[in-house]
Design a protein around this ligand. Structure first.
Ligand code: B12
Length: 216
């Protein structure tokens, strides 16, 4: 299958919540030697974006969202190890701690950012979703990370990105780490307002920004 044939099928597999198809198409992409970063961005991400639109238009409800999210995870379970392998040769020592802030269980976007950072040569410590703010700091201290990435998808939980900045200041650690924020309600203006080091609207932009903050 060519890219033009396979990408719409990937998107469709996510929109229809077809886990088996999402997985099989990812396997086919790996077998055919396609650029897997492009596969994620141009094949699967448009699908999950479409799901978001359908939800906002009231056409999709929670069960559809959950099956689409599961399909996305099935595809990423195939692609992630391959992206990691690809990154091994180019690891340049940047360590990143990433997670979705406490109170928030959305993890699809965060997982994409984590995968792309890994593929971009960073060593990624993914704490998962609904992560206590202190854990980000504990982990970063533990592994000697330079960058902390906070994802938030709810207008309520984005306040935890602000709280996190306060916590870093309180602990006297603000200058030790670069902090990136992201997720649908965040913006460049928000990052500035809370004193974070940056905001990126998608996973590709996040990698670019992380590299420039890491001086690469
Ligand atoms: C899928 C989804 C779910 C799934 C999540 C499954 C999962 N495992 O993640 C389920 C069904 C579980 C869910 C639950 C809920 N959801 Co929901 N969900 C969505 C939906 C449709 C898509 C989110 C998504 O995955 N997008 C696709 C990914 C690829 O995009 P993304 O997350 O934005 O990530 C990209 C960028 O933002 C960026 N990025 C993300 N993180 C980071 C971090 C950094 C550091 C950087 C630099 C960049 C970055 O890069 C990513 C890749 O390009 C959105 C609607 C929308 N349009 O966003 C609603 C949405 C986020 N949900 C919403 C709500 C209200 C809820 C619930 C409260 C619903 C309920 N009543 O129970 C619960 C939340 C429970 C909780 N405590 O967290 C609202 C939030 C409203 C608000 N403004 O606060 C939204 C906006 C829908 C709406 N319009 O009402 N949801």
């Amino acid at each position: 299958m060519t890219k033009n044939e396979i990408y719409p099928k990937m998107s469709e597999a996510i929109v229809s919540g077809d886990r088996a198809a999402a997985r099989a198409l990812a396997e086919e992409a790996v077998r055919s030697g396609l650029d897997l970063l492009e596969v994620v961005e141009q094949g699967y991400v448009p699908g999950i974006q479409k799901v978001g639109e359908l939800w906002e238009q009231g056409e999709y409800f929670l069960p559809e969202l959950i099956t689409s999210a599961e399909a996305m995870k099935a595809a990423m379970a195939v692609l992630d190890p391959e992206l990691k392998l690809k990154a091994l040769g180019s690891r340049l020592g940047g360590k990143v701690v990433i997670g979705t802030v406490e109170g928030d269980i959305h993890d699809i976007g965060k997982n994409l950012v984590a995968s792309m950072l890994q593929a971009g040569g960073f060593e990624v410590f993914d704490l998962g979703a609904d992560v206590k703010l202190e854990r980000f700091i504990d982990k970063a201290e533990d592994v000697g990370a330079g960058l902390i990435c906070l994802s938030a998808l709810l207008t309520t939980t984005m306040m935890n990105q602000r709280r996190f900045m306060g916590l870093l200041h309180e602990k006297g650690l603000r200058d030790k780490y670069k902090v990136l924020v992201g997720g649908a309600p965040a913006s460049r203006k928000w990052a500035e307002e809370i004193g974070a080091d940056g905001y990126a609207e998608n996973a590709v932009a996040a990698v670019k920004l992380a590299k420039s903050l890491a001086g690469r």
